[in-house]
Design a binder for this molecule. Structure first.
Ligand code: GLY
Length: 309
């Protein structure tokens, strides 16, 4: 499963997703879900859906899958609660929407989309965001839906070890959490979406990079679509998603080179831990990480390919 997806998609659309970065102990476990989700998103794009609809669709599916640290599989904070963050950005218009520290919303990525399209704002947090989700008639779930046995055990271990840990770090199975998707549709439009439960045993109220436009998510038709995963504080302090787009727009790098350069920058500036995926304005893929591995899947040459790099 050691594969890296770079270069051209070889179709008239591009789609790449990620399921977190870190030291992936059991990659086979994630492959079937990643493959099914990228295939599902690719079917939409092949039928003419927008990049925006495709990335929200893929991230919502990742949120519904308890394997990933977002939505249903979100990690627990220090109080044993699940509070989720998500964002989405439309490369056509630079419109963006995000939600942070929301409880019980089944698909935070869909809430981010609603914030973008129907709130007049970019970022809503906490109870206000939840009220808005109810107004927009989004689905809510009970506490039991989110608190999987695996996540409860993971928090207990983190507390024993006094650790604040990423989903895929030693406290879990070595993988850093967060999920995301980037796409270029048949019209050449770009979009990105990212979603997370944050880090295991985080303080209640802590927000990472995933709902911060320019840190965890960025999309602009002039350059690329980017979704990040890793230690959110590192990505916020380096505005990493925006930095990657800058390398493409102003230094004419292809996606592959921009991804590598962004991770070099992350490490040089803050010794940051994590990774990112990119689709550029030409539809080329890029991915890079400073962690031992990253879970990704992409639609390449007309088929879904899954790998841990
Ligand atoms: N990258 C997710 C977080 O730090 O919350």
């Amino acid at each position: 499963m050691k594969r890296q997806f770079t270069g051209q998609a070889a179709t008239d659309f591009s789609l790449m997703i990620h399921g977190g970065a870190g030291a992936i102990r059991d990659p086979q476990r994630y492959g079937p879900s990643l493959r099914a989700i990228v295939e599902s998103g690719a079917r939409l794009l092949a039928a003419g859906s927008s990049a925006l609809d495709a990335v929200v669709h893929c991230v919502a599916l990742l949120e519904d899958d308890p394997l990933f640290n977002a939505g249903r599989g979100a990690v627990l904070n220090a109080e044993g609660d699940v509070l989720c963050d998500a964002s989405v950005m439309d490369g056509r218009t630079l419109k963006a929407g995000a939600a942070a520290a929301v409880r019980a919303v089944r698909n935070p990525a869909r809430l981010a989309y609603e914030v973008m399209e129907n709130s007049g704002h970019v970022l809503l947090v906490g109870e206000g965001a939840e009220r808005f989700a109810r107004e927009r008639q989004l689905r809510f779930e009970s506490e039991d839906y989110f608190k999987t046995q695996e996540r409860v055990a993971q928090l207990a271990k983190a507390k024993r070890e006094r650790a604040i840990a990423l989903d895929h770090s030693g406290v879990a199975d070595g993988k850093l959490g967060t999920v995301g998707a980037v796409a270029r549709d048949r019209n050449g439009d770009l979009a990105a979406a990212t979603s997370t439960g944050g880090v295991v045993n985080q303080l209640c109220g802590r927000v990472g990079d995933s709902p911060i436009i320019g840190a965890g998510t960025f999309a602009d038709n002039a350059s690329c679509a980017v979704s990040c995963t890793g230690v959110g504080e590192d990505f916020i302090r380096t505005s990493l998603a925006r930095a990657a787009a800058f390398f493409i727009e102003f230094r004419a790098m292809p996606a592959e080179e921009a991804a590598r350069e962004a991770i070099r920058y992350l490490v040089a500036k803050v010794n940051g831990q994590g990774g990112l995926i990119i689709v550029d304005r030409e539809g080329r893929y890029g991915q890079a990480h400073s962690t031992p591995g990253m879970l990704t899947a992409a639609f390449v040459g007309g088929v879904a390919r899954v790998g841990v790099t």
